[in-house]
Design a protein around this ligand. Structure first.
Ligand code: RP5
Length: 163
């Protein structure tokens, strides 16, 4: 039987999926079970509200919400839950994602959304894992190993570049 998801990943449209693949890879690497839903705060508002409001009692620990343009999805999600919400601004055609970024990062005081870079799905997943690791010793060890791995990779690459 598949493990119960502890991370909820939502996005406003299936057009966000290619950006989100990077997050799926990170969760697979750390063996963190996650679920993925396409839910829009303006196209399917009732379904989105229901999902956000019930996530905590279903065992979800962190929600990642990706959206582009007038990207209200992460903020509206945070309005419905006490879970930490990480917003990913998806690069938009008209404004290159600056609209998405500002819509997500400029949440009014009292309803926070942690915001990563435009198309920053990998960092969103790592941040979610770091939050979950606070109460999960094996994830702490896995994160320490991961830090060492990226340090080694970076040093090896730099050795080849600099004499
Ligand atoms: C947002 O509008 C989605 O998150 C997506 O980034 C953007 C464009 O959606 P589509 O027109 O591609 O469905 O709701």
């Amino acid at each position: 039987m598949a493990a119960k998801p502890i991370v909820g990943i939502i996005m406003g449209s299936d057009s966000d999926l290619p950006v989100m693949e990077k997050a799926f890879e990170v969760f697979d690497y750390f063996k963190v079970p996650f679920e993925v839903k396409i839910l829009s705060a303006h196209r399917s508002p009732k379904e989105h509200a229901e999902y956000s409001a019930t996530a905590e009692r279903r065992g979800i620990k962190v929600i990642i919400a990706a959206a582009g343009g007038a990207a209200h999805l992460p903020g509206v999600t945070a309005a419905h839950t006490i879970l930490p919400v990480i917003g990913i601004p998806v690069k938009s055609k008209a404004l290159n994602g600056m609209d998405s970024l500002l819509s997500i990062v400029q949440m009014p005081s009292g309803v926070p959304v942690a915001t990563v870079a435009i198309d920053g799905a990998k960092n969103a997943a790592l941040l979610a894992i770091q939050i979950i690791a606070l109460s999960n010793k094996s994830l702490i060890q896995a994160l320490k190993k991961y830090k060492l791995k990226i340090k080694k990779e970076s040093m090896n690459k730099n050795k080849k570049l600099v004499k």
